[in-house]
Design a protein around this ligand. Structure first.
Ligand SMILES: NC(=O)c1ccc[n+]([C@@H]2O[C@H](COP(=O)([O-])OP(=O)(O)OC[C@H]3O[C@@H](n4cnc5c(N)ncnc54)[C@H](OP(=O)(O)O)[C@@H]3O)[C@@H](O)[C@H]2O)c1
Length: 270
């Protein structure tokens, strides 16, 4: 974290969705080390509580002056009523958000079109697309009124190139890419920044969720190659947020060195 100057993040209010694990939790820890305040959203309260403990320690150990205000909010981004009531659960001094990290998302299954459960289709769209849009709409009103803010959307390699067995997830991440691009164009005459980070394979709970808790099937995804870690992507997110205000990282496509496309990779050994 000493590789770039992150002093611009001191005292900034950063809201992260899907902050209870994986990329979201790793990102929270790096922002805490940089002296930011955090509003952490996810559905699992125990996991969120553990992240609040981790960010508190990270902030203390960093000895950075400033920041250190952390609040966890149990919230399902796919539930419009919960999103609308968000500010009731956030202390007043943290309501002016500087950076929104739209990270909550998941994939379920590898079924082919015709065999995909309606509930899976609906839940992936409800979180990955509609949830991301609801949170962005809520914050964008403030961003525009204050003429400041940064939206960082977590897209995916699946939003650049589709693959068989990923039709719904790929469709959701292509939607994120289109939303990100439209938003950036709409805001061209403002200081508000819009960024999309597009990771390739990252070893988190992502594949465990995809294979419905089957850890053996999940770990096979990474057999023979070194995937990215949640911390690798967190570094890119925090780096993008720490650029000078006139610099907008529009898109960042980040892969393990032995992955080239969703299906082309080299598994010659870790
Ligand atoms: N891992 C990869 O290979 C990879 C590659 C490209 C892109 N991505 C994207 O990166 C993002 C983070 O994934 P990850 O790899 O860190 O996976 P992860 O470890 O499974 O974390 C996903 C996070 O999203 C939260 N979440 C899921 N649905 C939610 C909802 N409806 N409302 C609020 N929070 C919700 C989960 O928390 P709760 O269950 O507590 O709600 C969890 O904190 C996702 O958008 C994913 O599509 C991942």
């Amino acid at each position: 974290m000493a590789v770039f100057n992150s002093s611009r993040l001191v005292g900034k209010n950063v809201l992260i969705t899907g902050a209870s694990g994986g990329i979201g939790a790793a990102t929270a820890i790096l922002f805490a080390k940089a002296g930011s305040n955090l509003i952490l959203l996810a559905r699992r309260t125990d996991a969120l509580k553990a992240v609040v403990d981790a960010v508190t320690s990270a902030h203390q150990e960093s000895q950075v002056q400033g920041g250190g205000k952390f609040v966890a909010v149990q919230l399902d981004v796919s539930d419009k009523a919960q999103v609308a009531a968000l500010w009731d659960k956030v202390p007043k001094e943290l309501r002016n958000i500087d950076v929104l990290v739209n990270n909550a998302g998941f994939v379920l299954g590898m079924e082919r079109v015709g065999d995909i459960a309606d509930a899976d289709i609906e839940s992936m769209f409800a979180t990955n697309v509609l949830g991301l849009i609801s949170i962005t709409q809520l914050l964008m009103r403030d961003f525009k009124a204050r003429r400041s803010g940064h939206v960082i959307n977590i897209g995916s390699i699946a939003g650049r190139e589709p693959y068989a067995g990923g039709s719904i997830y790929c469709a959701t991440k292509h939607a994120v890419n289109a939303f990100n691009g439209s938003l950036m164009r709409e805001l061209v005459d403002t200081p508000i920044r819009v960024t999309e980070i597009q990771p390739g394979m990252v070893e988190t709970e992502f594949s465990v969720v995809r294979f419905r808790g089957d850890k053996a099937a999940a770990s096979k995804v990474y057999d023979g190659l070194q995937p990215l870690t949640a911390e690798d992507i967190a570094e890119e997110i925090v780096w993008a947020a720490a650029r000078p205000p006139h610099v907008n990282i529009a898109e960042l496509f980040v892969l393990p060195v032995n992955q080239a496309t969703p299906t082309l990779n080299y598994r010659g050994g870790k």
